[in-house]
Design a protein. Structure first.
Length: 240
């Protein structure tokens, strides 16, 4: 998918403590909600556990009471994206017990690579200071891998004066099909990467060089720089 909407999800590990979990849970970590309040119950699922490249899917959410909902996605290539809220649906305060995504003028279309996809839904009583995406990148990269995502979330919760009551759930699907494998002897010639952008970026935004000018967004093919929510630049590559 162009924005890699369907891809495996990160795991939240907060400084409130976590316990080992032997099977199934992403990265083998099972975060523990605060002991001073009953957590919100939240669930995520899809209509089928096996999907084909090109399928459009609906992600179902269920929460036990109104709360702020965040849906993360860990891609097969390791990148972690925030699917909800997004540029098309920025209001993530869910009041109904059942909620379906997409909930706006967008779709969730399965794209390569094939593999196991996992989604993590997180609901809490208070909003989290996570930047909302832009129209140029509606489903932004939250972290370059699951470990970085966990570290960012640990830092985020550690910065809160009061940890909200929260709950979480997760779901996995398998993606089958994909683009034909390229011949092993095919060579790809890449241009040299662009220099580091000479300015401070905006969190969850990407920039690339077009001629001698910097442009915001992700190119169809080539190098680009991504600025994460911790004010760090990452050099990335898109190959068509």
């Amino acid at each position: 998918m162009k924005f890699r909407i369907l891809s495996t999800i990160l795991v939240i590990a907060v400084t409130l403590g976590f316990a080992g979990y032997g099977q199934g849970f992403p990265l083998g970590l099972l975060p523990a909600p605060p002991a001073n309040g009953e957590p919100i119950s939240v669930y995520v699922w899809t209509d089928t556990s096996v999907v084909n490249v090109g399928d459009e899917i609906v992600i179902h959410l269920q929460v036990s009471r109104p709360g702020f909902v965040y849906l993360f996605d860990l891609q097969p290539d390791g990148l972690v994206r925030l699917i909800f809220p997004n540029a098309y649906s920025p209001n993530n305060y869910v009041t109904s017990s059942s909620y379906d995504l997409p909930d706006g003028p967008y779709s969730l279309t399965v794209t390569p690579p094939a593999g196991i996809e996992e989604f993590l839904v997180f609901a809490c009583d208070a909003p989290l200071p996570i930047p909302i995406s832009s129209a140029q990148d509606p489903f932004p990269i939250y972290a370059m891998d699951a470990t970085e995502a966990i570290n960012q979330l640990v830092t985020l919760f550690g910065s809160l004066e009061q940890v909200p009551t929260w709950g979480m759930g997760w779901h996995a699907i398998q993606i089958v099909g994909g683009e034909p494998t390229k011949p092993e002897n095919e060579e790809i010639t890449l241009p040299p990467p662009p220099p580091h952008p000479p300015f401070n970026g905006k969190p969850a935004h990407a920039w690339y060089m077009e001629g001698d000018s910097w442009r915001m967004g992700i190119p169809e093919s080539g190098w680009y720089w991504y600025f994460d929510i911790n004010a760090r630049w990452h050099l990335c590559l898109v190959v068509e």
